[in-house]
Design a protein around this ligand. Structure first.
Ligand SMILES: NC(=O)c1ccc[n+]([C@@H]2O[C@H](COP(=O)([O-])OP(=O)(O)OC[C@H]3O[C@@H](n4cnc5c(N)ncnc54)[C@H](OP(=O)(O)O)[C@@H]3O)[C@@H](O)[C@H]2O)c1
Length: 249
């Protein structure tokens, strides 16, 4: 089953279903990686004020746009209002800071980083979102293995990170299609109309992560991957793990 490489947002704009994440991307390696990513075809970039790398992205975007290699309107740039900006003046102040760093005069999507969420207790959250016209983006679509390093650098114990890339079901499906486990995880989500923004600053991995449009998972494979869902126990990305963030029940 072919699927579209973009998702339509409620405002009618198209968002590329595959983007590149930039959390933990550091100066030169990020610049090199994004250069390679734009060459490969990525047009959707996810960043945030909190990632402290918007200036690196801005420099690279400016290089591509000013040289005429790419047009601004071909890109889909996402950034986020930091938690410290959740005040009356915050959104304007922080959006302006982000735009300046990104060397842009608009972003395509401005999100609230770690907003106060709501709990939907129904079975199928994706169907619920679809019924309300809500577009879903999967953060940490590979399970965010890089978090272990992040916590280590902070001198803190890492949460238990689900080893999605090592899962036997995922690996078996990957062998069958002669792709990588990462490609299976990304294709699984995208085939269910969930956008994916895997982060990689490794040129080989970021290229492989982009190659999810030339194979198709069967309904049985989709079902087998869906069955791996362990519900709330699998949600190890918890902002309460981050300094200064208070979880209110
Ligand atoms: N707003 C939020 O609250 C929020 C939260 C989480 C994430 N995000 C966004 O979502 C993006 C993705 O999430 P994430 O970075 O946490 O995790 P992820 O994309 O699931 O995983 C990235 C990690 O996996 C490695 N990797 C990438 N491709 C791989 C492959 N094919 N095989 C094996 N390892 C691979 C990367 O290392 P290398 O770079 O060395 O390849 C990196 O350590 C973030 O970068 C960020 O933009 C947003």
């Amino acid at each position: 089953m072919p699927f579209s490489d973009t998702l339509k947002l409620q405002n009618g704009k198209e968002m590329p279903i595959l983007g590149i994440g930039t959390w933990q991307g550091k100066a030169e390696e990020l610049e090199r990686a994004l250069d390679a990513a734009l060459e490969v075809g990525y047009r959707h970039i996810d960043t945030a004020f909190n990632y402290q790398n918007e200036d690196v992205i801005g420099k690279l975007l400016n290089k591509w746009i000013s040289s005429g290699k790419i047009k601004r309107e071909e890109l889909f740039i996402v950034t986020k209002l930091p938690m410290i900006g959740m005040t009356r003046e915050g959104p304007k102040k922080f959006l302006e800071k982000s735009l300046k760093a990104l060397q842009l005069d608009y972003v395509d999507l401005y999100l609230v980083h770690a907003p106060i969420g709501f709990n939907y207790h129904g079975d199928d959250k994706l169907k619920f979102c679809e019924s309300k016209g809500i577009t879903v983006v999967a953060y940490a679509p590979l399970g965010s293995p890089g978090r272990a390093q992040f916590f280590k650098q902070m001198g803190r114990a890492a949460p238990k990170i689900p080893p999605l890339l090592d899962n036997e079901v995922v690996k078996k499906i990957a062998r069958k299609h002669r792709v990588t486990p990462g490609q299976v995880l990304l294709r699984h989500l995208a085939q269910e109309n969930v956008a994916v923004i895997p982060k990689s600053t490794n040129s080989t991995r970021l290229q492989l992560n982009y190659q999810i449009f030339n194979f198709c998972l069967t309904p049985d494979e989709i079902h087998a991957l869906d069955e791996l869902d362990v519900g709330p126990d699998g949600r190890s990305f918890n902002f309460a793990d981050f300094p200064g963030y208070v979880l209110i029940d």
